[in-house]
Ligand binder design. Structure first.
Ligand code: MN
Ligand code: MN
Length: 423
């Protein structure tokens, strides 16, 4: 529930109590009343005075971060920021496509996951390449043709569409190509926070920087047959380039398997062809990890949808840090950092969030449309613990005596890990 809002001039209005009446009353009562502690331990009088903001303000950012400007009274301390956004990042725009990334360079809290957001026009290639990190991806819009070579030398060619996933383990050579009519936008997630999309092994860059006589010996072809062609490759390789839209999938699969049959391993996965693992009246969660998507040995996903008024319940993850990508709607998250420290931040589409391993958190839909976001983990298996599930499976006195709550309150708490509440 929002207890305040900010109008277009940046003036703060407290709607839950008459702010000016309250200020006048506390001023009349003097210093003691003005600094009186509320039950939450907040100096309410000081907060009211401090809510005025006469100086410069970036109102666009401030309106997106209401819980930074007026934190809930339960927030305390100053933990490392766990919010970032692809919308802040430089876009590498080239003929055929663009890319931008959030990695540890700009988002220091995330040391074990980096994200890249990329778009390819219809026909355009992200050229044949590989890299030192595992690559997980979800298609955000449009469709894409993928190629790879498996460990046993067997080719793989497949198309993916919105909502589909792919996964290329470190060192597996692969390419991406936008399909018609509108190309493809996707999110890439890598299992290393220092990964950079600028630092991948490109076939054109490698060939460009290999002595021509060595290429000639390697390919069994005289150097003058390819010398001028390779001279036309840009000094840093191609990375993106425009081409015609490829032929139908079956035709490309047949062409790629002209010497060796296609691999039976699948580097893609379709999470929307299975029911969600958790579903309540307030939303659902789709979990994809190595138990269902065999090739995804180091990155696990939960695709979370929360309807208006719903909440991803209080929980934590025992085995990995959580890196979030916010797809649709609006929400807020409080992360409890232990030692009385807690911070609430607000999120919008295109934003990135982060929760260190084992730290408690919840996510609340604060908008009037569905909130959709990804929980991503650098691990082989998704795992979480629910506060409610824990509290309702212990000897009751252990809970009632610790939290001073009655047995009636304890008995009313949902008795399972529903993930999305109310259930
Ligand atoms: Mn790649
Ligand atoms: Mn979580």
């Amino acid at each position: 529930m929002k207890n305040f809002n900010i109008d277009e001039t940046g003036t703060t209005r407290r709607s839950f109590l008459g702010a000016s009446t309250m200020a006048a009353a506390t001023a009349a009562l003097g210093t003691a009343a003005a600094t009186a502690q509320t039950p939450q331990g907040v100096r309410q009088g000081e907060r009211d005075r401090s809510a005025s903001d006469p100086g410069p303000e970036n109102n666009a950012i401030r309106q997106q971060q209401p819980d930074a400007f007026l934190p809930p009274p339960t927030d305390h301390g100053n933990p490392q920021t766990f919010w970032s956004s692809f919308s802040l990042m430089h876009r590498r725009i080239q003929e055929g496509g663009w890319a931008r990334q959030v990695n540890v360079h700009d988002f220091p809290i995330s040391k074990d996951i980096a994200g890249v957001n990329m778009f390819l026009e219809a026909g355009a290639f992200r050229e044949l390449h590989w890299h030192v990190s595992d690559e997980w991806s979800i298609v955000l819009s449009g469709s894409c043709r993928l190629t790879a070579l498996d460990y046993d030398g067997k080719p793989w060619v497949q198309d993916v569409k919105q909502g589909d996933l792919w996964y290329f383990p470190a060192g597996i050579p692969h390419s991406l190509q936008g399909l018609g009519p509108n190309g493809c936008e996707f999110l890439l997630v890598f299992d290393d926070g220092s990964f950079s999309e600028e630092d991948t092994s490109l076939i054109s860059d490698w060939v460009k920087h290999t002595p021509r006589e060595v290429l000639s010996k390697n390919w069994g072809v005289p150097a003058n047959a390819f010398d001028s062609a390779i001279a036309q490759i840009p000094p840093n390789g191609k990375y993106f380039f425009k081409t015609p839209i490829p032929p139908p999938l079956a035709q490309d699969q047949a062409a790629a398997s002209r010497f060796t049959p296609l691999t039976t391993r699948d580097f893609s996965f379709r999470p929307f062809e299975m029911p969600p693992q958790k579903s309540t009246k307030s939303g659902n969660v789709r979990i994809v990890d190595s138990s269902s998507f065999k090739v995804a040995q180091n990155i696990a996903m939960a695709y979370v949808t929360i309807h208006p008024g719903g909440m991803r319940e209080l929980h934590w993850h025992p085995n990995a840090n959580e890196w979030q990508y916010w797809i649709a709607g609006k929400g807020r998250m409080t992360v409890f950092f232990n030692a009385s420290t807690a911070r609430t931040q607000d999120f919008n589409p295109g934003d990135v969030g982060y929760v260190p391993k084992t730290l408690p958190h919840y996510i609340e839909n604060t908008g009037d449309t569905d909130l959709i976001f990804l929980e991503m983990f650098n691990t082989d298996r998704y795992r979480d613990f629910s506060l409610n599930d824990w509290m309702t499976h212990m000897p009751p006195e252990a809970i009632t005596q610790t939290l001073n709550i009655s047995r009636e309150v304890l008995d009313a708490i949902p008795r399972d890990n529903y993930a999305i509440l109310p259930h």
